[in-house]
Design a protein around this ligand. Structure first.
Ligand SMILES: CC(C)(COP(=O)(O)OP(=O)(O)OC[C@H]1O[C@@H](n2cnc3c(N)ncnc32)[C@H](O)[C@@H]1OP(=O)(O)O)[C@@H](O)C(=O)NCCC(=O)NCCS
Length: 162
């Protein structure tokens, strides 16, 4: 994390002390949060992390996706491959219907990534998230399971169909 701090810049802050890391691990043990590491097949090196935050079930069946590359392997397509796999995992294994990425308009690397992964632009929300000391405007990019030919998910089993 420390070696990648410059890459993560103002966009994303990840744990860099044992205490922060323990809190992070506790957070991702909850059923409404998932954290996945992107690793290289050959060496097992960690190329990045992809989180599915704020999973809402019921009639939403949706989550918010956030990700970061690690400096030694950034810029080689591993995160595009990782995010694409996580999208499939979210739809097929977690039975989600929609994933959304909220991205600041100047974060071109992130916008390029979601474009490559097949997300579509839905609009811009002013002052959506508190990042790096201020409420920042964010573009909203999303993908649904039907956009990649996965059968539509049903609402949560406890809900009536209509
Ligand atoms: C956003 C972020 C994860 C993107 O990481 P990345 O390393 O650019 O993504 P990838 O691993 O998919 O690599 C893409 C690059 O590899 C290139 N590439 C090479 N081979 C490729 C392949 N087979 N497939 C896709 N891209 C390939 C692409 O052209 C692209 O380079 P370019 O940007 O110069 O065009 C990274 O910039 C980051 O960690 N940023 C800070 C955290 C952050 O902003 N998170 C998102 C908050 S919304």
């Amino acid at each position: 994390m420390r070696a990648s701090a410059e890459l993560h810049g103002p966009w994303m802050s990840l744990p860099s002390t044992p205490e922060q890391y323990r809190a992070y691990v506790r957070r991702y043990a909850r059923p409404d949060e998932e954290s996945v590491l992107v690793c290289l097949r050959g060496s097992g090196a960690i190329a990045g992390v992809v989180n599915i935050n704020s999973i809402i079930r019921g009639r939403f069946q949706s989550g918010s996706i956030a990700y970061a590359a690690f400096a030694p392997t950034a810029g080689q397509g591993y995160m595009t491959e990782g995010v694409t796999l996580v999208v499939r995992y979210a739809f097929e294994q977690l039975q989600l219907h929609r994933l959304e990425a909220q991205i600041q308009p100047d974060n071109h690397a992130s916008i390029n990534l979601v474009r490559r992964a097949g997300f579509r632009y839905e609009g811009c929300s002013p002052e959506l998230l508190y990042i790096d000391g201020a409420w920042r405007d964010h573009e909203r990019w999303a993908i649904t399971n039907t956009m990649i030919d996965i059968a539509p998910t049903r609402p949560h089993a406890t809900l009536p169909e209509r």
